[in-house]
Design a binder for this molecule. Sequence first.
Ligand code: PEP
Ligand code: MN
Length: 359
Amino acid sequence: MIVVMKANCKDEDIDHVMHFLANHGLSGHPSRGVQRTVIGVLGAVGPTGVPGSIGGINPGLGEALEGLAGVESVLRVSKPYKLASREFHPIDTTVEVSVPCVAGRKVSIGGQSVVMMAGPCTVESEKQLMTTAQAVREAGAVILRGGAFKPSTSPYGFRGLGEDGLKLLAKARDEFGMAVITEVMTPNDVPLVSEYADILQIGTRNMQNYFLLDEVGRTRMPVMLKRGMSATIEEWLLAAEYILSQGNPNVILCERGIRTFEKATRNTMDISAIPLIKQLSHLPIISDPSQGTGRRDLVAPMTLASIAAGADGLIIEVHPNPDEALKDGAQSLTITQFQDLMPQAHAVATAIGRDIIME
Ligand code: PEP
Ligand code: MN
């Protein structure tokens, strides 16, 4: 349920509605827009401390709310996800990440600027990580990616350096002032990975690992939730709802391609998901053209298309010597290719009235 306040309502009216909701065991989530405030309402708090769904709200309450001072109307949320929906929260969410190398030492993901994340698929060695981090930073990336705990389709594939990989990422952050994004695969690893990462990545294979979603939801860390490789948009937003409903508002979505009949590319990059997510949700969205295509020659065009479609950022795999990469070499850009891509990405961002944080 959503309570739409009148454009000229007073602060006391909003406070009164919030008290009314609390007295009925409901939680109110106000979004204060330029024109008007809307208050999203969630049902009674259940035994786990998590707010319930709209199903728990007595329908008679809608009428009572409509009678309160300053209230214009009361609407039902039509989607199964509530906190993730644009109806519930009309204003864009921005997720703040501390990034020492930029002015103000902070980056807002989901704001005016497009944010570039780049780095190797997987942390392989100190030399590989430091060389890549330095090069992508000099080219303008502000967030360093790199997997320490790697999901591997085959049990014989490289599964990452674990905590040693996290330590190397932290070293690169200290040296180059970048923020670090890295994957967390199990609920048990959340405290450890949170010590080293600035953004927790939930991989495609774990999008519906609900215990993991609950656990990252209990932190207040920025979380980048990748789309499951066979997930519908609705399933993806319901997965985001898990994190939000635990009280963590810092959710970033990531389109990384979906599985279709097509085999010429590793996945089918669903560029249309980007503007569609912007309609359905207030959450920021990042594009991953590396996993999305599996082919280095397609990464640059898909990067430009993603920015044109409204992506709030890119996450791109770069390797100093892709032919020798332990993972995902075929889709990793060389350092020179990444350097060439940045000015083009900037030109597209400028053409649609945005910019890229480069510093
Ligand atoms: C990755 O980013 O390297 C990765 C494994 O991504 P995904 O979970 O999208 O496959
Ligand atoms: Mn990868």
